[in-house]
Design a protein around this ligand. Structure first.
Ligand SMILES: [Zn+2]
Length: 339
């Protein structure tokens, strides 16, 4: 658990660095479509995720980033205009180049002088109006604007905490939006999900979470479930990968997420796009003995090829503890009229 939320300062002034600001608009404010960039954390995220990046000179600061930390964006003279919470980080030169290349052939253009391979995944992006002098005073800086991507030192954070109690208290003076308290990283969440395998699962999630916590949990669920099933479809065994090598297999909730279905790992299976769709609409379900059930009655086009799956065994993990739990399978059968 990261019990000490930190602030990071990210300059992207629209007055001086127009290209940087355009990038900020497209990859942080609009967010990046993970269908277009399947390499992004092997698409552990939902359809869209906000991403920022930095150059190698800032690696030391970047390494200190932790889930739930706050990045303040300086886009206007004298003001931090946006904040976002950190979800995860990753080093990826290819994604960095795809997202933020302003090379003209080999020549660098505009104000982006270097690649940004140090990625920062963000959520809870909010528009704020925090005077730069407030932030800098609180952190004991004597400067007008941030000269680069900065992680203020521990002693600067202490200065802020002495005056305001916590980073959260300080930030909350400028926004009403809820911020995560201390939260687990994706890796820590995966450990947490693993540790729950020995307990009786709950069908639904009842815990209230901030947007950042929800993204982290769903990212952890997808990554771990895909791992358990070796990135292959539990029905047909397909192991399709994108041209860049990212798995195109989806981690599905057996008892659906839209009904608040639990992120217990035993509520997950991996399916190819076709079988995921068919499973979610109830064209097939799964019996207690992990055989595939297909309904007789359906007369839709394309249903013929599903009828052939009837009675076929699901490809399940060897370790019985990781297999779909009967509670979720039963709930799926009930929703779709198999039981
Ligand atoms: Zn399949």
């Amino acid at each position: 658990m990261s019990d000490k939320k930190q602030i990071f300062l990210a300059p992207c002034s629209r007055e001086h660095k127009t290209k940087t600001y355009e990038h900020f608009e497209s990859t942080v404010l609009d967010g990046v479509d993970t269908d277009t960039y399947p390499r992004i954390k092997s698409s552990g995220f939902d359809e869209k995720v906000s991403v920022w990046g930095t150059v190698s000179g800032n690696e030391v600061h970047w390494q200190k980033l932790d889930a739930g930390d706050i990045v303040l964006f300086y886009t206007k003279s004298g003001v931090y205009t946006h904040l976002a919470e950190v979800v995860d980080t990753e080093y990826d030169e290819i994604i960095g180049d795809q997202l933020w290349t302003t090379y003209d052939g080999k020549r660098l253009v505009n104000d982006l002088e270097e690649p940004w391979p140090f990625l920062i995944y963000l959520s809870n992006v909010q528009q704020v109006e925090i005077p730069a002098k407030d932030v800098h005073n609180a952190l004991g800086y004597n400067m007008d604007y941030p000269q680069g991507f900065i992680r203020p030192t521990e002693s600067r954070h202490r200065t802020l905490r002495d005056d305001f109690g916590s980073v959260q208290n300080f930030i909350q003076r400028y926004t009403n939006a809820p911020l995560s308290e201390s939260i687990r990283s994706v890796e820590e969440t995966i450990e947490d999900l693993n540790s729950r395998l020995s307990r009786e699962p709950k069908l639904e999630t009842t815990v209230k979470r901030t947007p950042t916590e929800r993204i982290i949990r769903s990212s952890a669920f997808r990554r771990r479930v895909r791992d358990i099933y070796n990135n292959s479809c539990a029905v047909c065994g397909a192991r399709r990968r994108s041209p860049q090598g990212a798995p195109e297999i989806e981690a599905a909730h057996i008892y659906p997420k839209k009904r608040n279905g639990s992120d217990d790992l035993r509520n997950g299976i991996t399916l190819c796009k076709l079988h995921h769709w068919a499973f979610d609409v109830g064209w097939f379900s799964i019996a207690e003995d992990y055989s595939i059930l297909v309904q007789e009655a359906k007369n839709q086009r394309g249903y013929e090829e599903f009828r052939r799956l009837d009675g076929q065994g699901l490809r399940i993990p060897e370790e019985s503890q990781l297999r779909p739990h009967k509670k979720f399978l039963r709930a799926h059968r009930t929703i779709h009229g198999f039981d």
